[in-house]
Design a protein around this ligand. Sequence first.
Ligand SMILES: NC(=O)c1ccc[n+]([C@@H]2O[C@H](COP(=O)([O-])OP(=O)(O)OC[C@H]3O[C@@H](n4cnc5c(N)ncnc54)[C@H](OP(=O)(O)O)[C@@H]3O)[C@@H](O)[C@H]2O)c1
Length: 262
Amino acid sequence: MKPKGRLENRNALITGGSRGIGKSVARRFVEEGANVFLCARGESALNGTAEELRGMGGKVATHVADVSDRGSVERMVERALAEYGVLDILVNNAGLTHSGRFLDHSFEEFDRVMKVNLYGVFHVTRAVLPSMMERKKGKIVNMASTAGKWGSLNQSAYNASKHAVVGLTRCLALEMAPFHINVNAICPAGVEGDEMDSMVEHWAHELKVTKEQARKNITSRSPIGRFIHPEEVAALAVYLASDDSDAMTAQSLSLCGGYLMV
Ligand SMILES: NC(=O)c1ccc[n+]([C@@H]2O[C@H](COP(=O)([O-])OP(=O)(O)OC[C@H]3O[C@@H](n4cnc5c(N)ncnc54)[C@H](OP(=O)(O)O)[C@@H]3O)[C@@H](O)[C@H]2O)c1
């Protein structure tokens, strides 16, 4: 008989679950016995991921939604609750990176980063919280970044949005503690994947070096000398979504190979 997973029969809504870190989190959650509800804007990647996870024996539902659009989020959460009855776990993972000098950020670019990275978390959390509060039970995991804890060069919009997510995590955790709802954030440094590739490209262009040199330049600043793997982020998300972390709330945990010590 298969041993019981740490998230057996828990229902988890994961935003941005079609690829990258969100997909890794979804895969680990399914391995740990959770039922997952995934959202993203692109339908085909979402369907591909769902197919893969169902092949592992997981119960998977998908919904096309843009987290920056409140109406779209409300419809999604309504459907998730109709489908699964209750939501035990929310992973606010959907987000976008934007690199560029402050004066090169257009108003529209700054606004877009805030709308997805900050308002996205606000919209989904607002829609999910009432049902968690009613049950006096829940786990919320926000995907912030090391950029939410210190200054990062040429990332003012992204960095400000992730600082805001860290602040929101702390305040919400205080309000939600009486309801036994844990709210924590994960702050990864560079994680292998599409987002990191675009960052490497930015620095290759900025420093006038090859992509390989830019990559080396970034990883050499990390004590472990490499980027983080999405699976390593997923492992921490499992802990924060499980009963093992019941005493942990309001934390923003750096997962950065020792790059940052706060
Ligand atoms: N990669 C890193 O180095 C790194 C480091 C620290 C923190 N993070 C954070 O980790 C999270 C995931 O990053 P990642 O590297 O896995 O990114 P990714 O590979 O670009 O994947 C992003 C996911 O979010 C979805 N998404 C993007 N915008 C959305 C929107 N407006 N509404 C709904 N879904 C949306 C994407 O699907 P669609 O495009 O189809 O919507 C995709 O499923 C982000 O919050 C990011 O800021 C990443």
